[in-house]
Write a protein that binds this ligand. Sequence first.
Ligand code: ATP
Ligand code: AH0
Length: 369
Amino acid sequence: MLKGGAVWALGTMSGTSLDGVDAAMVLTDGERIFEFGASAYRPYSRAEQDVLRAALGLWPGDAGVEVAAGIVEAAHADLLVRFRGADLVGFHGQTLAHEPGGRGTHQAGSGDRLAQALGVPVVWDFRSADVRLGGQGAPLAPFYHFACARHVGADTPVAFLNLGGVGNLTWVDPRQAAPEAPGACLAFDTGPANAPLNDLMQARFGLAQDEGGQLAAKGRVAEAVIKAFLDHAYFYRMPPKSLDRDAFPDLLAAVSGLSDADAAATLTAAAAAAVARGASHFPTPVRQVLVTGGGRRNPTLMAMIEARLAAEVVPVEQVGLDGDMLEAQAFAFLAVRAARGLPTSAPSTTGVAACVGGARISRPQNAKG
Ligand SMILES: Nc1ncnc2c1ncn2[C@@H]1O[C@H](COP(=O)(O)OP(=O)(O)OP(=O)(O)O)[C@@H](O)[C@H]1O
Ligand SMILES: CC(=O)N[C@H]1[C@@H]2OC[C@@H](O2)[C@@H](O)[C@@H]1O[C@H](C)C(=O)O
């Protein structure tokens, strides 16, 4: 223990785009950020990705799940042994299926086995308790966004936008006492972000992404497709709300008749339009939208978002944060909250009935902590 109860926590995230595992250290007491530490990334190999992709939609007990879980655990162990000095690990795992209000939520990978492999306590299964209490189980980064807003000295409401496979927005008011306080946070998934565009690039060119948004920049947006997309019931639901990666299967089909550039432009515009729809739910306007996740490297997407919002849209690096590692840091921060019995979500972030924590903690046989 350091600095009034702060510990070095090592958080991980293996996101919906299945590209790999991020890990980052944070010195935190689960309320404040004292210091950022080392971070690293471990990509999944093509073969690993193929197994994980084939396991999407599977639930615990389904055939193939244990193989996927083994890949997730091995990749994490491989990455995390490179770190020194972690008191606690926050292990998100790989989301294979997410059906809040239905079958629940499933992140592959056992924190029990990881704790044994690493010899450090592992906090994991962050989303299930929230779903059991009627929450969406996502997004969970908002409480960390609140801490980040305070850490960077924000004194008026600000928004964080994560552009991963799925997009999510958090509106925070850093003047509130704590993230669970009413009026401190509002968070929700905006809609598909990079996933449909990646799928298009994969299907038409065998490429992982539209590098730098170059293809989309050459295309024309099919406005009729955007209009039909925005008519999806998801956009009429009030936040909080969350999405599975493949919740919009019709979107890709809707651009199938378009040229490559027009299809890319239209899918990029759909992601931007979903963000703009999301921003209309903000309790008060924000001056800045701070963007994390890989989509911030796509200037076409960033410009399309800014064109639709009355706010500056900038990468989080502009305020000194690390947009590649913010989610991994979030699970370090949330692990400490869980270990301290503090909530990790609230009605305003996941729609859960009451503030809830409840992640599991696994301690290794010869536990240090
Ligand atoms: N240079 C780039 N040009 C265009 N797009 C990019 C670039 N770099 C990253 N991306 C996009 O960002 C995606 C990766 O984003 P990120 O790593 O934030 O996703 P994730 O964490 O897996 O997803 P989620 O947050 O939904 O779990 C890539 O799949 C790609 O679509
Ligand atoms: C179920 C699940 O894994 N959701 C992820 C996913 O990736 C982005 C978006 O969809 C968000 O809801 C969430 O992750 C972030 C880290 C979160 O919980 O805040």
